[in-house]
Design a binder for this molecule. Structure first.
Ligand SMILES: Cc1ncc(COP(=O)(O)O)c(C=O)c1O
Length: 375
């Protein structure tokens, strides 16, 4: 367990051992199946770790120009990009950085097809299999009604695929391989007749491969099915699975107040440092704590900001909290640093690497200029 007093707060701490453990699992999938796994940078872009991640994975997946450039510069392996639409003034640079360019519509394909082909790069189309496997999280469901993500069968021109060598879909979010299997059935039902004409398929992200209950053999069966039946090269681009549980957020209790229950004010913020807590919403794990009233002393954990709802949740402890105590939230490597903001002028947390030998290395710290320079 990390020594929470060795850091300045607030800070993220990336746990190298957990990251490597996850990467070993993913490497095993690659080795057993021949599938290629890419880091979806949208979840984790801490590029200081890219050289190490690149020793295990085949490359990076990008959402646009800046991630494309980062993946190219810092990992320099396969680089695939998908965006709902590309700007005219970015596309040439993107093509320079990426080997696979994935379009979200036939109008984008028409606009940029010849440019991509003449650069010798590969073209993919994102399809929407219209098969939801998640409930209650419409914001994370690309198959929800009226979704803008992926081309539906009714809008897909199967006779207009000149230069298109691959298909991409991304429909899952923190899901197991039974949902992938069900999604693949929908993909085959709608697009099976053109799969044999493709060279590759990208199964997107949302595969929680490194979670303990994830059914890896079932995933491998899905991959092998695509390889054997259609001769496809298979890519996956998980984000969460790569850095799942591989980071912490260390924060300090600044004050203890009371309304109708005890409240602890922390030097971190859900809105600024863990926005998924409010957006998703979810309750982040907190070490040495329990559910409300599970342990003797329950507190509402809140932030310094003005936002009334900037609360992380209610947690209980064996002993009362004191000003100056350190608290450690878990699973804070993914969708955290990449989503930070400085609302209220909140400082950005420093980023540390907790190395395998137990020592800590400060990767980045931030100050007033990081707030000011964006305004
Ligand atoms: C196109 C695409 N690929 C990959 C991912 C990564 O998903 P996850 O981090 O859930 O594995 C996402 C997440 O939104 C995505 O939109």
């Amino acid at each position: 367990m990390l020594d929470k007093d060795m850091f300045d707060t607030p800070c993220y701490v990336i746990d190298e051992s957990v990251l490597k453990h996850n990467l070993e699992i993913l490497k095993g999938v690659q080795e057993r199946t021949g599938a290629k796994i890419l880091l979806a940078q949208k979840a984790f872009s801490c590029y200081h770790l890219y050289p190490m991640i690149g020793q295990y994975l085949c490359g990076t997946a990008c959402s646009g120009l800046f991630e494309a450039k980062l993946g190219y510069e810092e990992m320099g392996k396969e680089n695939h990009v998908f965006s709902a639409a590309y700007r005219k003034n970015e596309i040439d640079e993107i093509i320079g950085y990426c080997g696979h360019i994935i379009f979200n519509s036939f109008s984008q394909l028409d606009k940029y097809r010849d440019k991509v082909l003449s650069a010798g790069k590969k073209i993919g189309l994102r399809i929407n299999p219209e098969h939801s496997t998640q409930e209650g999280h419409e914001i994370y469901d690309p198959c929800s009604p009226r979704s803008r993500l992926g081309i539906t069968l009714a809008n897909f021109r199967k006779n207009d695929l000149r230069g298109v060598s691959g298909l991409h879909f991304h429909t899952l979010c923190e899901q197991n391989s039974d949902d992938l299997e069900a999604t693949l059935e929908a993909v085959e039902e709608k697009f099976g007749d053109i799969l044999g004409d493709m060279e590759w398929i990208n199964l997107g992200g949302g595969h929680h491969i490194t979670r303990e209950d994830y059914d890896i053999p079932r995933l491998e069966k899905c991959i092998k099915h695509l390889q054997e039946k259609y001769g496809l090269e298979v890519f996956l681009e998980p984000g969460e699975a790569i850095a799942l549980n591989a980071g912490y957020l260390v924060t300090e209790v600044l004050d203890i107040t009371k309304n109708d229950m005890p409240i602890a004010i922390l030097d971190t913020s859900a809105a600024c440092h863990m926005p998924d807590v409010l957006e998703m919403p979810y309750r982040p794990p907190l070490f040495d704590s329990g559910l409300p009233d599970e342990k003797k002393f329950t507190y509402r954990l809140g932030s310094q900001t003005c936002l009334a709802g900037d609360s992380i949740g209610e947690y209980s402890f064996d002993s009362p909290l004191s000003i100056g105590d350190r608290l450690v939230f878990g699973d804070m490597a993914i969708y955290s640093m990449v989503k930070n903001n400085t609302f209220n002028g909140m400082p950005l947390p420093s980023i540390y690497l907790l190395k395998e030998d137990g020592s800590a290395q400060l990767l980045r710290s931030f100050g007033y200029d990081d707030f000011k320079c964006r305004l």
